[in-house]
Design a protein. Structure first.
Length: 179
């Protein structure tokens, strides 16, 4: 009798527990997620941006002669940027184009093309040596990046290391705690 009673209670317990567990498992079961890569996400975001008025304006600029000229000038220095090698330049102007918001910078000529050499916002006295530069000074430039914007008719080089007469006059200090 005890065996029957214990078997009955055990089976009742199993049935009760299983009836409570099954609906919970069904609810918590993860739905099949479609795995997307970050590259796909970026492409989708780019397509979405290109459909905006700003994106259409940018695409129109890229296809224009001004945009093609900027891209051609970038291509001339791409290898030096990628390999982080010296580029010899001549300062053509000590001021940036009117209305620029790039901070401190100068205009330089490299390989027969004009470029904006940008150093960023002038917050400290780190540009003191750069203020001593003059038009027609020859400098050696090392950079890790070149960019462009429809607002400017020239590619924008981020000045990382600048040498004049074999002496380092500027070295960009990497930001702390970031990329």
């Amino acid at each position: 009798m005890k065996k029957r009673l214990s078997a009955f209670i055990l089976s009742l317990f199993v049935i009760t527990v299983s009836s409570f567990i099954n609906p919970v498992i069904a609810k918590d079961a993860p739905k099949k997620l479609i795995a997307t890569s970050p590259v796909d996400d970026k492409k989708a975001a780019l397509k979405k941006w290109e459909a905006t008025p700003e994106g259409m304006k940018f695409k129109k600029w890229e296809a224009s002669t001004a945009g093609k000229k900027v891209y051609a000038a970038e291509a001339k220095i791409r290898k030096s940027i990628r390999e982080y090698t010296n580029m010899e330049g001549v300062i053509t102007s000590l001021s940036l184009p009117l209305g620029s918001r790039l901070g401190f910078g100068v205009m330089v000529k490299l390989n027969g093309e004009d470029y904006i050499l940008s150093f960023g916002p002038e917050l400290k006295k780190e540009f003191e040596q750069l203020h001593k530069l003059k038009v027609n000074d020859k400098i050696m430039i090392k950079s890790r990046g070149v960019s462009h914007a429809p607002k400017y008719a020239y590619p924008i080089i981020a000045g990382d290391n600048i040498e004049k007469d074999g002496k380092l006059i500027f070295k960009r200090i990497p930001g702390k705690g970031g990329c």
